[in-house]
Design a protein around this ligand. Sequence first.
Ligand code: ATP
Length: 286
Amino acid sequence: MVGMELTEKAPAKINLSLDAISRHLDGQYEWEMVMTSVDLADYVRLTPTRSATITLRTNSGFLPVDQRNLALQAALLLQKTARVTTGASIMIDKHIPVAAGLGGGSTDAAAVLRGLNSLWRLKWSPAKLAQLGAAIDSDVPYCVYSQTALVTGVGDQIHLLPKLPPFGVVLAKPRVGISTSRLLRRINDVSQLTHPPVATMVRAIEQADYSGIVNNMGNALATVSQQYYPQIAHVQRQMLRFGADAVQMSGSGPTVFGLCTKYSRAQHIFNSMKGFCRDVYLVRPL
Ligand code: ATP
């Protein structure tokens, strides 16, 4: 029997902490990251089909809709691994900027895994979906959960953390797109990166200690990205000047996020940043 159409929300992620521990011979990285998801999201609509064909459409004019799209890769991999004989049509309503460091492709892929798991009545656990997702991209296992978590290994070890205390988050994306794989190839030696205190960040979250969170943020990739894209440091300085409690680049950039306990101040930063960047969002952690 073919199930009903469903829509899965695919939230953007930010990295409160991001550390690169080592690089394997095959080029894969070992990470230690604290990630959280925010209420900026793509929407993935899944419609079952009787034939085995899987098709993908998006509202974005330039994203690939063939096997280069992580969402289509996820659907095909799940269909094959779970030996499903029916198909699906996938429509992605994109809101998350692309190549921004916000995990857009990975969260779409994870939403497809969650959605097709229901649509095809597979009853796979989140852990099993996350394990499959690791073959698509290192951020997919986290995005299957999309809750605050410590992420280790090659992105495949997920340790869920308590919900964050409430605060406002302003996201601002300078007008460049960064390819994570190209950026990672520019790193010669991970030991020369600046390593943030990830364990201290985890403790701060466990204690719901907002000042501990803002004082221990850090991203080992920030100096590498900023070397090539000085706009990132410029946007960070502007956000601090407008009153953010702390600012940081997300993922491999270029998106910068600023945290603020006072929502009215976050609104002021959001309005002020619109003069500098086209893509600016005021969001909250989920
Ligand atoms: P990452 O850190 O994994 O590179 P990101 O948030 O920086 O993630 P994405 O928005 O995922 O960047 O886009 C990175 C690349 O992935 C782009 O070149 C884009 O063409 C490709 N891509 C494939 N599928 C998708 C998708 N569903 N949404 C966005 N980008 C996708």
